[in-house]
Design a protein around this ligand. Structure first.
Ligand code: GLN
Length: 298
């Protein structure tokens, strides 16, 4: 039996030596997980004794993390937009920078609903989350809109070409009680024919340039490559979606696309080339980095 402080201290050494970028945070999260408590309890009680069972579970998690596996896969979930999302190798782990996209989407929906009268029978605001992966954007937006009492005024569709990711997305929708509000469909970006265009197209598509993938933290090598690899310049998949925006969006529709912090100019250029009569502005994320391309018809 050891106490919290001793276990954390040796774990930090071990994880640092193994190349973790955040050894203390990892150790605290994994010990809390092994004990079945919160990280705050670990921080508040360094003197507490850890049972042999919990210590053994901690050791198991540490070994996995030391081998490079992301903490979110070891715990089986990741916090995002105030919610806990089931996370495993079927999909990309939710990233904090994507919260900015959800925030902007939430504001856009509110603006749309508030901006015009909505007599009974007005069709819902239609929202597509393209490349939904584990359903992070679609589900967190559905939960946020339900909290605002406007969940019934929207229709959210999560789209992915990977059935495994969609299974995880459905689990997350069920877990957050929005399975009746978010529909998931299997398609490559969008359905071959968009029968009814969307008011909002949201997407966190892969945007890492192929040759930058080996330079990502080891943890990323546990995630599906297709969720990260954006081709030679990182914008191959985003470009395919951009060319489909004219058919995918209603005339005053809005696309919010997550991009890499160094891709602002490239994505503005891409939109200018592919959609000359549209505009593209880039919004910053919570860390002050360029992150979300906002694309509309001029
Ligand atoms: N922001 C992610 C990273 O950690 C990339 C996610 C993506 O390609 N959509 O590299």
């Amino acid at each position: 039996m050891g106490n919290v402080q001793e276990l954390i201290r040796t774990a930090i050494e071990r994880l640092r030596a193994a190349g973790s970028e955040s050894p203390r945070l990892d150790a605290e999260l994994l010990l809390a997980h092994a004990i079945g408590t919160d990280r705050t309890v670990i921080v508040a009680h360094p003197e507490a004794t850890v049972s042999d069972g919990a210590a053994a579970r901690f050791e198991e998690g540490l070994a996995r993390r030391a081998a490079g596996e992301p903490v979110a896969y070891i715990r089986g979930f990741k916090e995002f937009y105030g919610l806990a999302f089931a996370a495993d190798k079927r999909a990309l782990i939710p990233r904090p920078e994507t919260e900015r996209l959800v925030e902007l989407a939430e504001a856009a929906v509110v603006r749309r609903l508030a901006g015009a009268p909505r007599p009974h029978g007005t069709p819902p605001v239609r929202i597509a989350d393209v490349g939904t992966g584990g359903g992070t954007i679609a589900v967190s937006l559905a939960v946020a809109l339900r909290r605002r009492g406007i969940g019934d005024d929207v229709e959210i569709i999560g789209i992915d070409d990977d059935p495994e990711a969609l299974a995880l997305a459905r689990e997350n929708a069920v877990g957050h009680a929005v399975a009746d509000r978010v529909r998931f469909i299997e398609a490559d970006l969008l359905p071959p024919v968009v029968a009814t265009p969307y008011d909002l197209v949201l997407a966190n598509l892969p945007y890492v340039p192929s040759d930058a993938i080996p330079g990502l933290p080891v943890a990323a090598s546990f995630e599906p490559r297709a969720a990260l690899d954006g081709g030679p310049d990182g914008l191959a998949v985003i470009a395919r979606l951009v060319t489909r925006l004219p058919e995918a969006l209603v005339p005053d529709g809005l696309a919010l696309l997550e991009i890499g912090s160094d891709q602002s100019e490239a994505v503005v250029g891409l939109v200018r080339r592919e959609l000359p009569d549209w505009t593209c502005e880039v919004e910053l994320d919570l860390a002050g980095q360029p992150r979300v391309a906002r694309i509309v018809r001029a």
